[in-house]
Design a protein. Structure first.
Lengths: 76, 158
């Protein structure tokens, strides 16, 4: 199972900060999966991090530990 | 064997990674103490300090009262670490400290403290600019701007 982490405005929009999903749910694409499951995400801005590295798609057969949805950064 | 060695190195590196987050605001006393700690480092000739302060922004009809910071802390610390390494490589620095708030910081309080020191002023001056810009753009920190009536908006760095 992959640990999914939601942050800030994204966590607020999907109503949770964490969940577990099976790797096969991403067969049609990572962003596509999240936006089908949570249509509210279509209108929000966010970046995807796979195993703490900003990138959009899984490599063939990849089983990451963690996928994070990161809204716009606001540090400082 | 080789893999094992590589993993040990990796783990050591992660352990060396500092936690740059401080719960709540960064106190002026803490900043003063940090300055005092550098008096023994007599090869230093210049310090540059950047302090980020939570601004009472007026959004619509309401004033921001506080920012609640959250972060992907492991990713953020990894990025702070990478930014530090880059700065040490680019500029001739003696030392460097970065502290960012996590949790609630009221308007007027300090949420970011960046402190660089070098032998001569120029290195510290250019490094501080690089560091602050990199932190704002690259570190996954999120800010909820909270109003007096407890409603909020999400802050986005320009």
């Amino acid at each position: 199972m992959i640990r999914i982490l939601y942050f800030g405005q994204i966590a607020e929009a999907v109503g949770k900060s964490e969940e577990l999903v099976d790797a096969k749910v991403f067969d049609a694409g990572v962003r596509a999966y999240f936006e089908t499951k949570y249509p509210v995400l279509v209108s929000l801005s966010y970046r995807i991090a796979i195993d703490r590295e900003i990138r959009e798609e899984l490599l063939a057969g990849e089983q990451p530990n963690e996928i994070s949805l990161l809204p716009p950064f606001a540090g400082g | 064997m080789r893999f094992h060695y590589y993993r040990l190195l990796l783990e050591a590196n992660e352990k060396n990674m500092k936690n740059c987050f401080k719960e709540g605001p960064i106190s002026p006393a803490f900043i003063a103490e940090s300055i005092a700690h550098h008096q023994v480092k007599t090869n230093i000739g210049a310090h540059q300090i950047f302090l980020g302060q939570v601004r009472k922004d007026r959004i619509g009809e309401k004033d921001v009262q506080a920012i609640e910071y959250s972060a992907h802390e492991e990713m953020a610390n990894k990025e702070f670490h990478a930014i530090r390494e880059e700065a040490f490589e680019k500029f001739d620095l003696t030392c460097m400290h970065i502290y960012h708030s996590i949790g609630t910081v009221q308007v007027g309080e300090i949420c970011l403290f960046v402190f660089v020191s070098s032998a001569h002023r120029k290195s510290a001056q250019v490094a501080i600019e690089f560091l602050v810009e990199a932190i704002k753009i690259r570190v996954p920190v999120f800010g909820k701007e909270v109003f007096a009536d407890q409603t909020h908006v999400w802050k986005v760095n320009k």
